[in-house]
Design a binder for this molecule. Sequence first.
Ligand SMILES: [Zn+2]
Length: 394
Amino acid sequence: MRTEEIRWDNLTKLLDQLFIHKRRLRSELAKDIRVRKSTMSYLIEELHNQGMIRTRRIASSGRGRPNEEISLNPDHGYVFGMKLGRESLKTIVYNFSLEPVDVKEYLIRHFSKQVNPVEQVLKATQELFNSYKPSALGMAVSGCVDIENASVSFSPILGLSNYDLKPFLQSAGASDAFLCNDVDALHVGEIIKTGILRESSLAISFGVGVGASFYDGEDILTGSDGRTSFEFGHFGADINGEPCYCGRRGCLETLASEYVLVKDSAGSIKHFVQSFDRFFPELQRIRQAAASGSSLERYGSIIEYLSYHVGSLILLLRPRRVLIGGEGVVSEWIFDSICERIAGSLSSTWGLSPSMKRVSDPETWEKGSAFLALRRYVRKKLRRTPRSRALRET
Ligand SMILES: [Zn+2]
């Protein structure tokens, strides 16, 4: 590994630990990232010079040397964590310690249908940009995202195709933004919240669409073409099934998403996606009933299909943990039923028994996208800084 890569790798690991633990002793950080004391001093000095961290001396209770507590500097700048979905654009404003300081949500159905409502809702956030002038911005979008070029390649749910977000970001005054797929953001948000960074996990999202994301213990799986991968909702599930809005036939989403709950009214998944607002009130009523424990039988086949295909993904990827979330998991019963069926579909022959966890914090998406944006901001900023001395390899 080149010296520059080691430097970046160590700085990233150190910041990851601080984002997760908020406060950490210097001695704990040295153990977390496994570096010598001299290297640790160098890393802390570099981040301190950038104004990204604060240090505080802690008197030792015994005869040992005094320790130092390191924390992120919340005043370094603001970070936006945004989630653009079919229902709304939600923005959570975080300080540099990733503590929320403000939140704003715009409902897409409140905007005119004449021009693309997504454009209008983006323009409406201008006031937030003016107030906070964020240092970094992360946006989670449902659909296939071109990470490098900040554009949405394909998002039928949002009615976007090859949609370039750069003009909006430039006019809003945001110099840099990190775009990611919404399931990846949900996944990263949960990893940061739990601090489980070194275990592989598979995240499944169930709602208006169906999605998946895989973390191998170091990074999120992405496509080799720079776009987000894992179009789980469009995996083939029925060769003779109904046509999907994506152009394929019998996609998993036609059998295992919330579309099935309103299929009698919508007629086809294409119609459902195009006229979502018309079916949303009915969907909300079903969600509310399910949340209070009634009408659960409507979920029967949906849960069967979803669990069966999640079982196949577990066979493919062998994750240590499976995280299940999304706006459609409105009750513990839905989560338990999915887990039960997954376990039933995987015989002990395979030696697979990943732990299962429900992701129910509604702010996980925004936190994940803010974290990814922050990481990139730090990386870019530190790369621009001339180095005063070489980092010794440990
Ligand atoms: Zn499809």
